[in-house]
Design a protein around this ligand. Sequence first.
Ligand SMILES: [Ca+2]
Ligand SMILES: [Ca+2]
Length: 448
Amino acid sequence: MRHFPIYLALAAFAAATHAEVTVVTGHNNNGGATEAFSFPHVPRPAKNGTAGTFTIIDGQADGNGGGVDKLNDGKLPTEEDQRGENFFFNAGTEGGRLRLDLDEVKTIQQINTYSWHPNTRGPQVYKVYAATGTKDGFNAQPKRGTDPKTCGWTFIASVDTHPKDSDPGGQYGVSISDSAGPLGEYRYLLFDCVCTETDDQFGNTFYSEINVLGPAEVASAADSNAQTSSTSDENRQVLVLTGHVAAGDATEAFHIPRVPRPAKTGTAGTFTVIDGDIDGNSGGVEKLNDGKLPTKEDEPAENFFFSAGTPGGRLLVDLNEVKPIQQINTYSWHTGTRAPQVYRVYGATGAEAGFKSEPRQGTKPTTCGWTFIASADTRPRNAEKGGQYGVSIRGAAGALGDYRYILFDCSSTESTDQFGNTFYSEINVLGPSEVAPNGDAEQAVGAK
Ligand SMILES: [Ca+2]
Ligand SMILES: [Ca+2]
């Protein structure tokens, strides 16, 4: 498979509101990448670049690369290993910090970053911060070792585009935005860039372009994206949208940003635990597809969860027949560490050569007939873990595939105490006619 992008929408969280910073990433494998930098859910790079000045405030540029001015010149490399058209930190170093000065405080709607390399210098790993420059104690050049948050900077998002199941080479696009409007008003952006690996000297990302866009600039980028997204090969592209509602704000309506409401009719089919133990305080697996939801935040009997003190387990869904699967949506609710969801999901028709319907821990499902669909990890980096989570997995352009069996390999969210297994309230596996009209992927990406 030469083209195997995975889209992950990870959310960072703003306390007490539904506004969330969303990070959408795209990957075109070697061979699938072109100078068009075309990603279905990441806008194309802005032709005009970004007005402002990039400066290295910690670390060293690699003398083989272009200068920092390559980051906002609006020009892109035309091939996969074009040193002079990318900026990268020096070989053998662990990255560095870049600052963008926009010259004045502006409304920031999106931050989009692009990279291209045939190997380990393709993926992007960074944290981004922003500042007006007017706060007391503002440090315009915080070196590594200084947390920018302690000197006038606001944390925006953390990015890591390492693919879990494919070669790291290729082209990556990242688009950071806020579900409820602009990211904020800022003059300075700080990118704390980390090398993607330290196995050899060559782990610093080939950054081709960094766009920091205002509302008017985003609109034109969205137009160009819409035009290109239908022309590329998207059959294998999977989008994972996640949403979080903080513990005090969650209600029995399960109204979660970007994620469709749970289906009232549940999911036709049978859930079975094929590895792991059910917690005796939980409801049974039939709670996962009964179409009913807990009415309060810590209602064990209305959730399914694996036993306390165990690392999780595996759930099998048998839909009774092969069906086109349009969306897989999962919902959870708890006051603490049992709220976030961490799982991998697979699908199978049952007719695959060597198919095993009940692969236990230690057996990779992909070795016995299963197709990997997606992984989800909704643990927030910068907020309380409690609350309600929704995950919606769908094809970027159509159905996920035709399957009879769906396998969830669920992991505990933490192991510092006994209580890391997720309170799953409902799992929907939906065909095309069951998906809500407003559950369309494109709408959901931009929806509040
Ligand atoms: Ca450039
Ligand atoms: Ca239920």
